[in-house]
Design a protein around this ligand. Structure first.
Ligand SMILES: [Zn+2]
Length: 348
């Protein structure tokens, strides 16, 4: 079993602080820069929290906001204490270009937003930001700029936006039983990462996953479900090798995390685009496991062998800060490939 890469949740970076400054400037910097698409960008952190009461109030008071569609707001353009990103009029003629701008957050900021939102959800203190009429209109006409791509299971007990206490246009979510990565999932993820430019990709498994349990127990699987389960079997085998005395139920539990790493491996192996973006520092891929009962998401960091995998799989550019570590690491690379690759071919 892989060592679990537990990384502390990062505090807001200097870049985040800069975003905060942008948010509170009387005249938004992006307006002076001629950025007409900031209105569709996701809400950014304010102070130590991401979603403020103002978000919720704003959703409940659409009359105080500027209308969408590029028209002037009656009674002036001031939106009171609304954030600039929420009161900027939208130029619908250029809505299709929004994706080119991408979200105005970094991967670490996006991770912080998810962590804080999940903490609210788990504590039953959800604020449900970006869920009002104004938000719907804004993203419908201004285009979407989600700040994260999430691949997770189709399980009905994972209401993804609620789990992270986010709203409309915030998360680009891909769901499939067992959070595996076939061609359709990979294509959708490449759309989220490559076209919509989300700086963060989260692969999230969950406790008591039925698809994982099927793979772990070796139960007969009907119809097309078999194809999904086959993708999980390499993770089951690794869990068994590392825990030969474990019971079937324990193996199923251990496989949840292994399956997350399996999927990250599959994504990297089959997508030169994702490898390139990770290597260039434009994308961070992290694993996560959602606890169905407790409601908490445990983020488990990047794949523990990511640097070696990028080298072994052939990234087009070195990952920042990892070049030196990779040099002369042939043994580690081989080990990484052996550890990370599915036990049966490429798992497809
Ligand atoms: Zn599941």
């Amino acid at each position: 079993m892989h060592p679990t890469a537990r990384r502390p949740q990062l505090a807001l970076s200097l870049a985040a602080a800069a975003c905060v400054v942008l948010t509170v400037l009387p005249v938004p910097l992006h307006a002076r820069l001629g950025d007409e698409h900031a209105a569709a960008r996701p809400a950014r952190p304010v102070g130590s929290t991401i979603s403020t009461p103002a978000d919720t109030k704003a959703d409940a008071a659409p009359a105080a906001r500027a209308p969408v569609g590029g028209r002037s707001a009656p009674g002036g353009k001031s939106g009171g204490n609304l954030k600039p990103a929420e009161i900027r009029p939208v130029n619908t003629a250029r809505a299709a270009d929004n994706a080119a701008a991408g979200p105005a957050v970094t991967a670490d900021e996006a991770l912080t937003m998810l962590s804080e939102g999940n903490a609210r959800w788990a504590a039953e203190k959800a604020e449900a930001p970006n869920t009002g009429t104004q938000r719907r209109q804004s993203v419908a006409q201004g285009g979407q700029t989600p700040f994260v791509t999430v691949l997770t299971c189709a399980d009905s007990r994972i209401p993804v936006e609620r789990v992270f206490d986010r709203g409309v246009g915030d998360l680009f979510v891909v769901r499939v039983a067992g959070n595996v990565a076939g061609d359709s999932e990979l294509g959708t993820i490449e759309y989220g990462v490559g076209h919509l430019r989300t700086p963060l990709l989260v692969v999230m498994g969950h406790t008591r996953c039925g698809a994982v349990a099927m793979a772990a127990t070796g139960a007969a699987v009907p119809g097309k479900v078999a194809g999904l389960v086959e993708r999980i079997r390499p993770a089951v085998e690794r869990a068994r090798r590392a825990n030969p005395e474990a019971s079937p139920q324990q193996i199923a539990d251990l496989t949840v995390q292994e399956n997350v790493w399996q999927t990250v491996y599959d994504l990297l192996k089959h997508s030169p685009e994702l490898r390139r973006q990770v290597a260039e520092g434009k994308l961070k891929i992290v694993g996560a496991v959602y606890d169905l009962a407790g409601g908490k998401v445990q983020f488990t960091g990047e794949h523990p062998w990511q640097a070696e995998l990028l080298t072994a799989l052939g990234a087009e550019a070195p990952s920042p800060g990892q070049t030196a570590a990779n040099s002369g690491a042939a043994t580690a690379t081989a080990t990484a490939e052996k550890q990370a690759e599915p036990a049966t071919g490429d798992g497809h």
